[in-house]
Structures are given as C-alpha cells and as structure tokens.
Design a binder for this molecule. Structure first.
Ligand code: GAL
Length: 424
C-alpha cells in the first residue's frame, strides 16, 4: 500500500511538473484549494478522500468545505452567500445548467489550458463536455456519471416475503403487500424535497418514456406538464407513500439505505450513490444487495453528472493547485478509485470497467445503449435539466403534493405547468 502511494506520488508529481511546463507556469508550487461539496455520508466522504489524497500527494493543500445535506440544497445556499461576500472557494460542486448561471456572473475561471493538455474534447462524451463549457471555454470538470433510475433491494428480505425484484409498478405494489405482511417496510424513503423529486422523476420516466420526460422537464412543455400522462405519474408517485414508513419525514437518504442494508426495509429508489453505502458496509453487488432499473425504465438512463466548477483566482500558487485538481479529476487513477467507492461510473468512457462491480458495469452498458438509442435524459431532481428557479419551484410543488391530502394530481400538474410558464 505504501509502495503504491509512493508510486502514485512519483507519477503524479512527474505529471505535475510536465503540466506546469506545458502550461508555461514554470516549476509547480504548492497552493491551497478550498473545495465546497456535500459529500458527507460514509461512502461519499470516503470517495472525496481519494481526491484529497491525490492532491496532497502533489504537495498542495486541501481545505475541506463540506456542507451536509443530500442533493446539495444547503451547499448551494452557503455557496451563494460566500460568493456574494466576494469570497468564493476555489472549487465547488456545481452541476448542470447552474454552471452557466455562475459563468454568466463572470465568477468562474478558465480551465482551457488544462483541458487542452488533457485533450478533454476527445476524451469526454459531447453531452458531458457541453455542460462543462461556458461560452466555449471549460469552466468545470466532470467527476462521474450517476444513474438515478435505480431500485436497490435486499435479496434476503425479498426471499423471506416470497417476492422477486419487481419489473412493473403492479408487481411492485403486489410485492409491497407481501412484504408488509411479512413485517418489512417495502420501500425505504427519506421525506426531503430532493428525495421526493428523485422518486417522482423516475415514475415520470417510467410512465412517459424518455421523449415525454424531455418535453416535460427539459423543454418545460406546457402540454406535457398538464397531460394525462403527468397526472398518471403523479398519482402513481403518491401511491408509493403506501409502501413507505411513518418515520420518513426529514430522514436522510443514507439512513433510508441503512434500512435496506439492515433488513428492516426491502427496497429503495435512489441514485447509485446508495451503492456507496452498500460498498462502505462491505457488501457485494449481486449477492448481498441487488440493483435493478426502476420498473419500466430499463431502456432509459436519467443521468446526474457531478462536477467541480472552478472560481477565478488571481494568486499563482492557488491557481496551480486548482489546475492540478482539475487535471487529477479526469486522470484514470482518480476516476477508478473515486467511482468505485462513490457508486457512479467514470466521466470518461475509455476506462476498463473490469474492476468495477456488476451494477457499475451494467450502468456503463446502459449509458452507452441509452446514448445510442435516445434514452439518455438529464435528472430534474439533481439539477441537470433546468435552471435553478424552475427546479426549486418543482421541488416545492412535488413535495407539497406528496405530503398533502388536499392537493389533487390534476392541481399539481397545473401548478407544474404554471411554474414552468413563468420561466419561459
Ligand atoms: C447528488 C449528488 C450525488 C450524491 C447525492 C446525495 O446531488 O450528485 O453525488 O452525493 O446528491 O448526497
């Protein structure tokens, strides 16, 4: 292990020197990178530790700026206040269209020298590269690709109740009854707006398909948002409450995953950072836990790409540290180490997936197939599909509808359409 670390250090510092030369900055000097992120669960913290270690091995200093809260709402609020006081961190976990919002404020730095040296244009799928550029310049670096439409299951619990992993909603509701009778919570869930939205978008994807999903959540098409399909999706989504437990309000997502790990609950609908928790608990994919696409979404892939946007810096050592971080993130070593722990697949598609578990291998195969066949859609719940204003409004409507007994599915659909129309 120590030899491996030494090797890593040697290799990375050699590259650092080469890069510094390539960038015309002379000898690399040590600097500090303050990194804002919301990776605080067991699996997440371990994953982000791989980046800190690689950066420190190059002599730079990692200043951790972790703001707890799955989905990143709290982190984004804190980031805004730091930026408003003129003191943003060097790097922040910012995703999807919000990268453009920050770019328009003129606060992001230009990563083109790192991107050119690493040939990011050739390395990254266009759908990924496009999100990382603002006005043609790289301002962010992608870390991974998460898939949202996953169903996680405890095979022992399913077997005890005599049910299989469901592939349709009817099967899921029928399995739910059997699981309840056998004394289990059928579906573990945390009642927080982003988790509600995560579940909801998978139902929309399932019942409407990829084209419908895009019309509703990317194009914000009024007709799609108010359609019978959307009303049906809202109705099915609300029916899922019947499979959840009373303890769900406010529960963190990783505690819901623990319920599946502990055998208290049978299943959870969640992006594959949940796999990070199974992995951290020492469990093996395909044996100790199962992954399957959410019913009716086998051909689709709702993607959630984590990325670090880099703020503009003036001090040379700090900028070099920031550039080192951007370069390291796309190197094979980090992509392998981080994504195996995090539960995602690499952001670059050229890496060997042999050392990844069965769920990650399936995720990569499904990503490629969905990319070829039009099944790739950006996650609404994870800030990939729309601007932050509409997304915030959608969160509120979905959560209020899910938790109130007096809002009908028709009314919720109407409100979604109204919220979208304000942004158009
Ligand atoms: C997502 C993020 C994931 C994961 C999750 C829960 O928004 O993209 O990496 O961390 O939140 O915290």
């Amino acid at each position: 292990m120590r030899a491996l670390t030494r090797l890593t250090t040697l290799k990375t510092s050699a590259i650092a020197v080469a890069m510094a030369g390539a960038l015309g900055t002379g000898q690399a000097s040590a600097g500090e990178v303050e990194v804002l992120h919301w990776w605080t669960s067991g699996g997440e913290a371990e994953a982000v530790g791989t980046l800190r270690d690689l950066l420190e091995a190059e002599g730079h200093e990692w200043k951790d700026f972790a703001v707890a809260g799955g989905g990143g709402d709290s982190a984004m609020t804190v980031l805004k206040s730091r930026a408003m006081s003129g003191n943003p961190p060097a790097a922040a976990q910012i995703k999807g269209p919000e990268i453009q919002e920050w770019g328009e404020l003129g606060l992001l730095g230009n990563l083109d020298p790192v991107a050119e040296a690493g040939d990011w244009d050739a390395l990254l799928p266009e759908v990924v590269a496009d999100i990382m550029r603002h006005e043609g310049h790289y301002v962010a670096v992608p870390v991974n690709v998460h898939r949202i439409n996953w169903l996680w299951a405890n095979p022992e619990v399913l077997a005890d109740a005599g049910v299989e992993v469901p592939t349709t909603w009817d099967e899921l509701f029928a399995a739910g009854e059997a699981l309840r009778e056998a004394g289990y919570v059928p579906l573990a869930h945390g009642g927080q707006p982003w988790q509600d939205a995560t579940t909801f978008e998978t139902v929309v994807l399932s019942l409407g398909g990829s084209d419908f999903y895009r019309r509703a959540f990317v194009e914000l098409d009024q007709e799609a948002l108010e359609s019978d399909t959307m009303i049906e999706a809202l109705t099915t989504f609300k029916r899922l409450r019947g499979l959840m437990d009373e303890g769900m309000p406010g529960r963190d997502w990783n505690l819901a995953t623990s319920m599946v790990i502990e055998g208290e609950a049978a299943m959870q609908i969640m992006g594959d950072w949940a796999k990070g928790e199974f992995t951290a608990a020492g469990l093996e994919a395909g044996e100790d836990y199962l992954c399957a696409p959410v019913p009716g979404t086998a051909d689709a892939f709702a993607f959630n790409i984590d990325s670090f946007a880099m703020f503009r810096l003036t001090e040379q050592a700090a900028r070099e540290a920031q550039y080192s971080m951007a370069r390291l993130v796309l190197e094979p070593e980090f992509q392998h180490a981080f994504n195996r722990v995090k539960g995602s697949i690499p952001a670059r598609p050229d890496l060997d997936m042999d050392e990844f578990d069965a769920c990650a291998q399936r995720s990569m195969a499904d990503f490629r197939q969905a990319e070829d066949e039009g099944g790739l859609v950006p996650s609404m719940a994870h800030r990939m599909a729309m601007g932050s204003d509409v997304q915030g409004a959608f969160y509120d409507i979905v959560t209020n509808y899910f938790n109130s007994s007096d809002m009908s599915a028709d009314q919720a659909a109407e409100r979604l359409a109204q919220a979208a129309s304000l942004a158009l």
